[in-house]
Each structure stands twice: as structure tokens, then as C-alpha cells.
Design a protein around this ligand. Sequence first.
Ligand SMILES: [Ca+2]
Ligand SMILES: [Ca+2]
Length: 405
Amino acid sequence: YIERENYSSSSFRFYFPHGKPQPTIALERTLRGILSAFDTFPNNQVTKDELPRILKICGLPFYWRMPVMIFCQQHNSGLAERQKFVEFWKQMNVYCHDAASRFVYILSRGQRYRNYILPEDLIPLVQDVVDTHPGLAFLKEATEFHSRYVHTVIARIFYSVNRSWSGKISIAELKKSDLLEIITLLEEEDDINQIMAFFSYEHFYVIYCKFWELDKDHDLLINQDDLSRHSDHALSSRIVERIFSGCVTRNDNRKNPDDEPKMSYTDFVWFLLSEEDKRTPTAIEYWFRCMDLDGDGVLSMYELEFFYEEQQQRMESIGIESLPFEDCLCQMLDMIKPQNRDAITLGDLKRCKMTHVFFDTFFNLEKYLDHEQRDPFATQRDEYVSDWDRFAAQEYELLITEEND
Ligand SMILES: [Ca+2]
Ligand SMILES: [Ca+2]
């Protein structure tokens, strides 16, 4: 591979898709370090607790240890073997020279045709965080929460890192994300709630409680009726129906074709993150897919009118005067400033800073009325980086207060 911009220059620079290889002399030094470290352990085998010492020599982060252990152990022994570890290390250095491609190599257990991560690949790593992070020590006995926490974290990771919605995190997606920095941060930060991205316990607690409230029979699936109760019926029935239509969920969980579609916990995590922070790229794509009824990649006037109609009916039923569609449309077009006034594209919505107001206008009555009362251009000045962080902090306070009452 040769970088295109260098064609014109006199010297060619080679492009390394998996990072630049280390000089052989550095690799040999590391290898000697690995071997002499293994020598200090009985039978040249290392347990999970001791493995980070070896990883440090290799420059690999602490919480990569479970995936590495799975790679280098014999029959679930829970012991990393010297021979296997050395083979693993040498092989990896043939192919992968940067953190992202190494991470994918390790989590896919060296399957070189697989240059991506699946959700289940992350389970051992996140389970290790539950088992050993000091900020989650209080969860040790509450084993029934462990798997919920693990699946929440993985859903959040895919929500923000898997920008292509493919269900597979590629090396390129990993490089564009902060996931590896966050995993490294786990090693230094003892207060898990300071790690708002993915791992916060408080955020997990809020998401899980919100789901638990809706999932009355606790079979970890919710139907349209359940979801429409979210946030006191703030969402319109038309948008709830669209959420269940398959345009934003992975699986409709039907056993028979006649069954009603149901939403899994993972899909609920995607829903809640999108609903409570409509400014992120994934949230904008989420709601765009829901509103694009005919799937032609633009929001046409008839699609906007379809959603606004129900909003109007709901306002009338509670005695609030609503704007006629044409007036609302004018307001929205002035706000979004689409390149073509006949239809709104995903790009138009991503460029606009007020996209959350646009979406709430069409399907969330409570938030729409909220925006109407407030000056939408007045920015909220508080400590929170995102709408999600603010929502999660406020809800956590409420839940804890309720529990103590
Ligand atoms: Ca249920
Ligand atoms: Ca459309």
C-alpha cells in the first residue's frame, strides 16, 4: 500500500494498515523479558492474577488479560503456558503492530480472516471488570446483576463504536473510537462512575431500572405496549410502531410469524441512549431510520406530516392549541436549513445543532412542549458533557431517593 498523497513527492512512504512493525532488536528484547518472567513461575505457567506482569513487558493493558488468557491457556486451565504465550506473541507481531489491530487479533483468537469484533468477544473482558475492578467490588455478591452489567456495557460500546451498524466492530472503527483508551483508563481509575463512557455503574443502574419498570413479566423482552409506557407515554404510538418495525432493532424475537414483535434488552439500550441524547450520530441515524417510512434515504413532507398529525391529535386531546402543519414545517425547515427544501437528508440533520428539537417535535410530546417553553437556543450550562450524562445523573438521584423512601 502506498499513500496516495505521496505520489507527487519524490520519496514514497509505505502505508501499514496494521501499524508499523517494531525493529527486530526491540522484539528480541521483549521476548527475552517474557521468557525470564515465565521462568519465575512454577511449571512456567501464569495465573490470571500474575498475567498482567507479563503483559506489562509486552506493553499490553491490564484488562486485556482475559482475552489473552483464553488465547494462551490449555483446555480452560486458567493458566497461560509459556510456549503458547511465546507463539501468540510472535504470531501477533508478524501481523499486527498497533493497538487496534492487536486488540482485534486477540479478541478474535487469531482468526486472521476475521478482522472485526463481535459482541460476544467482549464478554470475558467485561466480566473480568465486574469480577475485579475495585469500583464494582460491592457487586460481588449480587451475581444476578453481573450478566446485565456485562450486556449493558457491550451494547453501549457497539452503540458508539460500531458506526456502520454492521454488528461487527472493524479495526478502522476501533481506531476512530476511544474504546481502547477507556479500557486502559479502567486500570488507573478506581471510581468506575468516573468512567462515563460504557462502564459507569450508575449509568448501568439507570438503564436497567428503566427496562425493569417496562418489562412487567421480567422475561427480558418488551412489546409495543410496554415501550409506550416509557417516560409516561411521552412517545407517539406511530414512532413506537416504527421502532418495532425492524428498522432499528436486530431481532424481532418472534417464535411464530403471527407473534407480536418484541424488543430485547440490548435493543432497549440502543433505544434509551437514542431517546435521551438525540445529538449523537447514532441517535440521529436511529430516529432518521424510524421516520424514513419508505426507506428512500430522505424525509419527505408526507413522512413529517404523518408523525406530526398524531402530535397534533395528542395536543388537542389535552386542550393545547397546536400549530398547523404548514407553520410547523416552516419552523423546522428554517431551523434545519436543508440543502433542498423538498426533503431532509441525514446529512442535513447531522450538520444542524438543533436536531434533537426537530425529532421531539415529531414524536415526543413531553419533550416538544418542554422545548416550546424554553428558549431552545439558550444552552444549558451545567457540568455535564452530554444530554445522556445529565439524564443518567438526574435519574440515578431519583432512583436512589425512591429507594430510601
Ligand atoms: Ca416482558
Ligand atoms: Ca423517505
